[in-house]
Ligand binder design. Sequence first.
Ligand SMILES: C[S@@+](CC[C@H](N)C(=O)[O-])C[C@H]1O[C@@H](n2cnc3c(N)ncnc32)[C@H](O)[C@@H]1O
Length: 254
Amino acid sequence: MKTTERVKLDGGTEKILARKGSHVQRMFDRIAGWYDFLNHFLSLGIDRRWRRRLVRALPLRDGMEVLDVATGTGDLAFTLLRRCDCRVTGMDVSREMMRVGEKKARKKGGAGAVTFVEGAAEAMPFEEARFDIVTVAFGVRNFTDLEQGLREMWRVLRPGGTAAILEFSRPARQPLKALYGLYLYHLLPLAGQIFSGDRHAYTYLPESIRRFPQREAFTAIMERCGFRHCSYRTFTGGIVSAYTGIKMPEAKKD
Ligand SMILES: C[S@@+](CC[C@H](N)C(=O)[O-])C[C@H]1O[C@@H](n2cnc3c(N)ncnc32)[C@H](O)[C@@H]1O
């Protein structure tokens, strides 16, 4: 069994955290204790299915090295482990979120199965080409610098490796579009405030979903950051999109 490891923050990570990162980090540190409950409650448990669907589409094999960026309390990391006997590293800026993840791992009897590492997506504490698969669930929207985070994901992937990203998007069709707006702007902030006492965190969520690039706009950004064969699928009427892209092996010289 692997031991839980804490990597000391390097200069680059610290600089990132000093800006927007520190605000996001504090927000997740504050809501960490409520995060899982609210996540499953507010999504009626569908979030688990979204993560499973993302993982099912991955070319996972036993022994692979997988990095789950913005791992939070580790739900995607645990889903990955259920699918293959791979080595999963979960990285996040919020210690509190990962502390909850470690507790869950101990409860599941798999303490140390996920290696939790503190670090920012924009300046990852890993060498180039270390991972076969890199994933993010509901994290890219919070990155301080989206393109820098995606370039880092590309850097730490081995050539031929796959990046997979799950993120909220906006349903395109009525009546789901209107119903979802009602839920996102009214019900969610209210429920978030009642349970976690943090209205800000749950008004930040709809705002960040509204402003975030989705579907073709997002795959275009992935391409700009080096990924190829970028594509997406939508789940639950477009509430969530799953994106994938490949780091192409370099063309062989004659
Ligand atoms: C909405 S939670 C998602 C957690 C988990 N992936 C899941 O599926 O439940 C977003 C996570 O992203 C982390 N995060 C935000 N910005 C980050 C960054 N720049 N680098 C690494 N983690 C970040 C937050 O601390 C938080 O734990």
